[in-house]
Design a protein around this ligand. Structure first.
Ligand code: FAD
Length: 406
């Protein structure tokens, strides 16, 4: 039996253990994870790990010696199948049982798959784990054409790397613009133009009907309407399904993720949930009950739970932030733009260094900053305070945002 058992050796799970030891927690801690690797950073999987600019060792969250030194037991390659909240134990796929005093559920999610025929052919890939990306990289040599299904951040980042590798890339997006769920239209149009300038064929408003097969391998994508795009590889980036079945089966409240309160407590005793799988009321989404899929959220919720377990409970109130690297463009976002009623462009989009400030009822709720680190840093205060500023003033890039915060 461990005093604290963490399920999921990803960003949230690793940070929970790190923060517990930082807060001088002296009890026993174990992390049980289904992947074979020590916790590693996931964002590079579609960026500099995929492009081979970083080796796997460089994306480890901590070196192996750290976990031994901090006495965090790593139970890797083991998947938790069920939770018994009364007995305070979990069972793993190998039939083992592990007891806990407190359980921290940090399991992220699995990539949503296509449901059409051909979705499971050789050459069709999701992008969530190191194993996914290694498999993809292993096949790339024989590939000249790739279809990327989904114009979200992961799909676009993968497309940028593949274009750099000289592959012929087509991005297939069902909605009328890329990044539609997370950004305003000016940003979507900017990224569409950037990808097209790098030779990527961006198709909008298209529906994938099936994946075509030749000799058990994917050889193309058929669109509704009949057009077939020939390719040797299909990458699917259409979101995740939170990995919460064992918790829901044990009686935890939830649906799209597991519900947690402002302290990240689930409805089950002594069980917390954090990261991508935790549906919480977010102050920066006007209290809406949402899941956030970001390193920031996983780390901040992990830190919050570690504090609560070492005697310093607090409400979750962290400003969301995120980043995406494509080509030489570094996008940094702060706040959540969902529900904005005005998107103010600050600076000249043509210069490839600009920001978009999102307003709701006149209040600044979020910024997307492209190669504009100053705006990102200074805009944070505007989001935190919910500053009310006229659009004309925000649009004037000659006046630093920090001068407007006053
Ligand atoms: P994860 O890091 O996914 O960790 C969960 C772990 O639990 C996984 O290892 C999983 O296999 C394991 N697990 C699941 N079920 C079980 C079970 N039953 N038993 C045992 N183990 C289990 N975020 C950003 O902020 N910026 C970015 O630029 C960015 N880029 C990304 C690029 C890619 C390709 C991907 C996939 C994600 C990216 N993200 C990015 C999102 C970010 O990686 C996630 O938000 C973050 O990893 C969430 O941490 P987590 O601890 O909730 O889940």
């Amino acid at each position: 039996r461990y005093d604290i058992l963490i399920v999921g050796a990803g960003h949230g799970g690793a940070q929970a253990a790190v923060a517990l030891r930082q807060n001088k927690f002296a009890g026993s801690i174990a992390i049980v994870g289904d992947e074979p690797e020590l916790p590693y950073e996931r964002p590079p999987l579609s960026k500099d790990y995929f492009s081979k600019e970083k080796t796997f060792e460089r994306i480890l969250i901590r070196p192996a010696a750290f976990w031994a030194d901090k006495q965090v037991d790593m139970l890797l390659g083991r998947r938790v199948m069920s939770v018994d909240p009364e007995a305070h134990s979990v069972t793993t796929a190998d039939g083992g049982t592990i007891g806990y005093g407190t359980l921290i559920w940090a399991t992220g999610g699995s990539p949503r798959r296509l449901t059409c025929s051909g979705h499971d052919l050789i050459g069709v890939h999701g992008v969530r784990t190191r194993a996914d990306v290694d498999k993809m990289m292993g096949e790339l040599d024989g590939v000249s054409r790739v279809c990327v299904v989904g114009g979200g951040y992961i799909g676009l980042e993968a497309a940028a790397v593949l274009a750099k590798f000289g592959k012929h890339v087509t991005v297939l997006e069902a909605l009328p613009r890329v990044l539609a769920r997370v950004a305003g239209e000016p940003l979507s149009r900017f990224y569409e133009a950037e990808h097209r300038a790098h030779g990527v064929d961006v198709r909008l408003g298209v529906v994938v009907e099936c994946i075509e097969e030749r000799d058990m391998r994917a050889c193309g994508v058929r669109l509704a309407g009949g057009e077939i795009l020939e390719c040797e590889m299909v990458i699917v980036g259409i979101g995740i399904i939170p990995a919460v079945e064992p918790l829901l089966a044990a009686g935890a409240k939830g649906g799209n993720g597991v519900d947690v309160d402002e302290h990240c407590r689930t409805s089950l005793p002594d069980i917390y949930a954090i990261g991508d799988c935790a549906a919480h009321d977010n102050d920066f989404a006007e209290g809406a009950h949402i899941r956030l899929e970001s390193v920031q959220n996983a780390n901040d919720q992990a830190t919050l739970v570690a504090k609560a377990l070492t005697g310093a409970p607090a409400r979750y109130h962290a400003v969301p932030w995120f980043w995406s690297n494509q080509y030489d463009l570094r996008l940094q976002t702060v706040g959540l733009s969902t529900g904005h009623d005005e998107a103010v462009v600050r600076g000249d989009i043509g210069s490839r260094s600009f920001s978009i400030v999102y307003l709701k009822g006149g209040r600044v709720i979020a910024l997307d900053c492209v190669n504009a680190v100053k705006d990102y840093v200074q805009g944070r205060a505007l989001v935190l305070s919910g500053a009310t500023l006229p659009a004309e003033k925000l649009a004037d890039a000659s006046v630093p945002l920090k001068e407007m915060a006053a």
